[in-house]
Design a protein around this ligand. Sequence first.
Ligand SMILES: [Zn+2]
Length: 1075
Amino acid sequence: MEAAPLLKSSASAAAFRASSSLASSRRIGFGRRDVTLLRPVLLVRPFCTDLADGLLGSGSKRRARGPVMAAKKASEGGMQEEGKYKHTVDLPKTKFGMRANAVVREPEIQKLWEDNQVFKRVADKNTGGSFVLHDGPPYANGSLHMGHALNKILKDIINRYKLLQNYKVKFIPGWDCHGLPIELKVLQSMDQDTRRELKPLKLREKAAKFAKDTVKIQMKSFKRFGVWADWDAPYLTLSPEYEAAQIEVFGQMALRGYIYRGRKPVHWSPSSRTALAEAELEYPEGHISKSIYATFKIISVPPASSPLFEEFLPDLCLVIWTTTPWTIPANAAVAVNAELVYVVAEVDQVLEDATMPEGKQKKLGSFLKTSEKKPFVIVASDLVSTLESKWGVKLVVKKVFQGSTLENCRYIHPINGKECPVVLGGDYITTESGTGLVHTAPGHGQEDYITGLKYGLPIISPVDDEGKFTEEAGELNGLEVLGAGNAAIVKCLDEQLSLVLEEPYKHKYPYDWRTKKPTIFRATEQWFASVDGFRQMAMDAIKNVTWVPAQAENRIVSMTSSRSDWCISRQRTWGVPIPVFYHVHSKEPLISEETIEHIKDIVSKKGTNAWWYMSTEDLLPEKYRQSASEYYKGTDTMDVWFDSGSSWAAVLGKRDGLRFPADLYLEGTDQHRGWFQSSLLTSIATTGSAPYSCVITHGFVLDEKGMKMSKSLGNVVDPDIIINGGKNSKDQPGYGADVLRLWVSSVDYSGDVLIGPQILRQMSDMYRKLRGTLRFLLSNLHDWKTENIVPYDNLPKIDKYALYQLENVVKTIKDSYEVYQFYKIYQIIQRFAIVDLSNFYFDIAKDRLYVGGTASFTRRSCQTVLAAHLLSIVSVIAPILPHLAEDVWQNLPFEYVTGDGSAAKFVFELKWPVPNESWLRMPANDVDFWRTILEMRSEVNKVLENARAGKLIGSSLEAKVYLHTADGGLASRLQELCRAENEADALHRIFITSQVEVLDSLNTNFVTSIPYAGNYSDQRTSDIWIGVCRADGMKCERCWNYSPQVGSFTEHPALCARCYDAISVQPLPAAAGVV
Ligand SMILES: [Zn+2]
């Protein structure tokens, strides 16, 4: 199904048209060999490389670089003799620079892509199925941070990989544009008078402008990250098309009975004056509440319990504990757990205030201080001793009984004097803290509300939007519940002799995530989505989604199973209206298929502003227009999570080339309670299925020490500064987008990830080395033509082994892309391209490439291998490093033709490398043998290093290596390599020495005559003895190898046989290239 890269495809005809030129090149090769064989020459030579630091560049300095050095010296006007053959040396040549100059070059490449519409061009041309990654909309507020960069670059890596895999990829970027933060920004930009006179439409106009401006700024940054998307047609939650789709989702849910209006406690932010969703809360450290123990006096007991309690009346009290004294006026019951054991206890030996164990913070109430008679209290049995030490009293247990006995006892409310019941609550009543008896205010708590429903308790909530008591609270009217209100209640309880103890209490308490102020729980009239109505469907759908990492499924399961009904209404202006009318008298809401259809239609043309500027009459459909005067339109807006949670309907369901469900959603782990969930709920409620097939989550970005980034700590890493550099270019150089992207690929994003200056320097280093690898490939293919290709079967063994490794690497990288584990790709590339290649294959290749002879078999087969590497590496890194890959492609010295016969002008037209099964079929014992050779090579290098340190040799080419092994099989394979008819497999070339000899036997005299020696052995081989002495013969002026043949050619007395052959067939002097 994919285009076949010429070099690797066995199906590619062009690859084999090369055979004629190949044949001639081989003929030359054989001719030379014949000449060579006539002379008494060791066909085996070694050389040396630095072993330890094999990274490209640094390690190669002391290696044998005869031809390069000779040519360089000559070009620099060195000794005439040394430059004599410089024109016959094939030096690397390319315009592709060592320095990325990313700050300048990357924007040029991005312009190239944009001018040529490369993303669209490639996606349109692809013939595979479609791939839809649906973008979670970032909030259009402020500039981008590292979290945005991590998120969008991960998405881009996946999209680009899928493009290479022949998918038709379409990526529509989105923005979340409504909501309180933007509304607040607009309001904060005005003085108070302007604010007071501000009309909703004016506010909405300013908010829309703010959002659109922010979208522009963020879009520019995303583009600079190199992210490919349909930037000309993003989705904005404020666009009429989007808003209409959202209203349709709301309407469908309403018509299915999943939307209801109810008076119910919700998280309320007095500072924002709106209800908040769970996802809009945060729980900062260090919140301290005023907690109290208070008594409620029992006034009657049901007949069945009478014998148990009668003797203690009228001095018997229930004791409750609360961290929100301000909710006492709304108290409607005390709840107990039927299963717990409770006691009646006499309060004895009240200690003096001064002897209280924990000092000043605690305050004893009048209940303990002023009692003339010893009172009796009811508390949970398990808590008796805890309460004794807390209160500083002795509690003498008089009776023990089950909680269920208390049901229907009645007590008198200490503030309003009303009679209230004791009720049975649920498992939420424990003995972990408090007294085991729970003050129940159904207007101010979720569990209280449910218990209240069970017993038909009144839902009292005498608190207004600003968090102040209302008239319903009598004398408390106007007091802020979290401030003076709380204090007034405590004082009042104390006066009523109901306060036992007051003490500060540190715990987790919900704050408004925008204003950073505490919230309250308060019953208001709100619109809800009834999650209970479709919870089971949602839970079933979760099982059919692939969650990456797998444990993320537990998070979404627990959050979906435990979430209460979703409060979707907000009392704000900047949002999509809840499209509901109310009856003027009955206040009954009106939602019908007709009203929804009509409003949807208006909004799709005019946007939601119409809700504010159009009359109720015009907003009502024909059917109700006659009675328009009986209705008024609502003023609530929708929770922004409903906005973004409808994106599957507004985008996946509406745009060409997309589909529902999406293949993939990818966001931060916090979206389990945010977008992943709101999208799931709206989609399940209206379509019955999840909007995604797969969900990937990533962690947060922390600084290098694992600390959260914050302005006050000064540890914020700004993606824009990573790319373009900061004020001080030494501390903050401009690394470019690819270095940032390389970092994204390097981290295991399934957890939190770290970034900082040190890490960025490492990334930059890795980038530079990878660039060097690619530059080596490009520059040594400067004269490459596809017809020069050497067919696989004719390649030397070392080249087959190199292709075997390459094919394995490409396969492993593909496997890692498929499971989205990019950090593994990073590790593989680091190891392969930077360590393996430059330490081994490239190191050896230089001799073949530079002095092997321009059109020689050894050079052409090496170039065949290099070209395969270039095409594969550039393709597999392209999703992560698209700028680097394109830069390489634009400097490609040959034309690359895709399977359909057209030239690939851009790197993404290259596609993923077609698998070459034959390359992988190298026999296992051959693979093992090459591993042995490689390891032995390291040992040889150590001995050479000793010889160099001992001044026996300078360059490794001045050495001859002896090998001996008692293992006959291994010895004959080594000898076979020494006799290799092709230049490439010869052991001395592999060791980069001038000669290698494998000895049949080893005698003591010989061993002692060898100045430097070592040993190699591993599980696969018996011991191999390694000896090093000076090479035989003289130094060849052209290649710097030593050979006894030097001096035997009259016309060229300074040349070895190989070089003599090479220059004899050299048609024209090759121009010395630029290094
Ligand atoms: Zn030579």
